[in-house]
Ligand binder design. Structure first.
Ligand code: AMP
Length: 423
């Protein structure tokens, strides 16, 4: 028996209403803030990510799904959404539009991680990116929008962690100080952190191992190393967030897993800080477009993990209305009635009435059971007697009431009932 690949899941019909709910809330928040949908391929040139996310990050070094296609090109399943958006921005000359260009996406991302609660090999992200402006006002708007999106879903009690990780000018000095500090503890670090010390020292700060966390407690703080421009940017961002009444918590150890960030980084942690991890995160990436071959164009964005949103909606018992059921079920007995059932179901659907017709040669009892399982409001019963008199039995599945109606008028009667119920 085949199974879905490890760490990847089917989304069953019963779970779909939550997905539609989140997608609708995402689309409506994007409309409110002037973002437009961009869809990119699930696979990209692998170089896009090694370039953008950078070697030395877990995503590129350990987690990317790469393969050669039959033409020998090295492709990767998209591990994140920002680099493809920037690629599309450059490829389609969107820098010629009035800036900033505001784009959003919803789609699957793939990371070869160790599957556990809240961490999958295929997960889905809703993200939005504002490209073409360095104003901290845009960072504040991005963070407010992320917060408002979570509120609109009905989530409460989350915390926005905020930090600035500086720029090309000031970060090297900080990294040198960090390396110097950590080299004193090298023997005590976990193996991953020893590698980070060589390849990606910033990530030392967010190691989850308790011993490494203790060492991180006393590490130098980046804020002491920010250049004047970065410091001003960070201060203005905080002022704007205060003006927007968007609460945040400064977290000097927040660095994020992707290398392209500059200045602002933020992450939203759920009410219960379980092993599930962050609901979403984002930040500014002023060098990414240039790294990908464009001009120096600043940008800022955010992405939320849909599976984690769903887990939190379940935890916080947010109620979502169930999807509409089939309105009518058509049961029949005998070959002639079967033909009429087929024609009637087609007519009802043509008129916009959700209909499920029975199949095969079942007893009336089992057909009514099936109608109940479908959650249908009404069942039309066509039997041999009804065929003789050109009638149908109309059964209200809730009350059990049953009446005889002319077959010719079945569609009109059901349309009227449906109309009166939806008013
Ligand atoms: P990132 O691109 O790492 O900033 O991820 C953005 C968001 O996607 C995270 O905050 C999570 O909510 C979600 N996410 C990232 N990786 C995974 C994963 N492996 N499984 C489920 N959700 C994830």
């Amino acid at each position: 028996m085949y199974k879905a690949p490890r760490g990847m899941s089917d989304i069953l019909p019963s779970e779909q209403p939550l997905w539609r709910y989140i997608e609708e809330k995402a689309a409506s928040i994007c409309h409110l803030y002037g973002y437009h949908l961009l869809s990119t391929p699930v696979v990209e040139d692998a170089g896009l990510f090694t370039h953008a996310v950078a070697d030395g990050t877990d995503i590129v070094d350990k987690e990317m799904y790469t393969f050669r296609d039959r033409g020998g090109q090295e492709l990767a399943l998209r591990p994140e959404g920002t680099a493809p958006v920037c690629r599309a921005y450059l490829e389609h000359g969107l820098f010629n539009l009035p800036q900033p260009v505001k784009l959003y996406y919803i789609g699957a991302s793939f990371r070869y991680e160790r599957p556990q609660a809240g961490r999958y090999r295929q997960h889905h992200q809703f993200g939005f990116e504002a490209i073409g402006d360095a104003d901290p006002l845009l960072d504040a708007e991005t963070i407010e929008m992320a917060q408002r999106f979570l509120f609109s879903l009905g989530l409460r009690g989350f915390t926005i962690h905020l930090n600035s990780i500086g720029c090309k000018t000031c970060r090297p000095r900080y990294i040198a100080a960090l390396k110097q500090y950590y080299s004193r503890f090298e023997r005590h670090l976990c193996q991953d952190c020893r590698n980070r010390l060589q390849r990606n020292p910033l990530r030392l700060l967010d190691c989850k191992k308790s011993h490494c966390q203790e060492i991180a407690e006393s590490a130098p703080k980046i804020t002491a190393f920010l250049c004047d421009d970065c410091r001003t940017h960070f201060e203005q961002l905080q002022e704007y967030l205060n003006a927007l009444n968007t609460p945040f918590s400064l977290n000097y150890r927040l660095v994020r897993g992707l290398d392209y960030y500059t200045r602002t980084v933020f992450e939203i942690q759920p009410q219960e800080e379980t092993s599930q991890g962050a609901l979403g995160g984002g930040g500014r990436y002023d060098n990414l477009i240039e790294t990908l071959g464009g001009k120096s164009i600043p940008a800022v964005g955010f992405a939320a993990g849909i599976e984690r949103l769903i887990a939190n909606l379940h935890e916080q018992r947010v109620n979502i209305s169930p999807p509409p059921h089939t309105f009518v079920f058509i049961a029949y007995l005998g070959a002639e009635a079967k033909g009429e059932a087929l024609k009637l179901s087609s007519l009802l659907r043509e008129q916009g009435i959700a209909t499920t017709a029975s199949t095969g040669d079942k007893s009336l009892k089992s057909q009514l059971k099936q109608a109940n399982a479908h959650g249908s409001n009404y069942t039309i019963i066509l039997g041999q007697e009804e065929m003789k008199t050109h009638t149908a039995q109309l059964r209200n599945m809730k009350s059990g009431e049953q009446s005889v109606i002319p077959l010719m008028q079945a569609a009109a009667i059901l349309r009227e009932i449906q109309g009166s119920q939806s008013n």
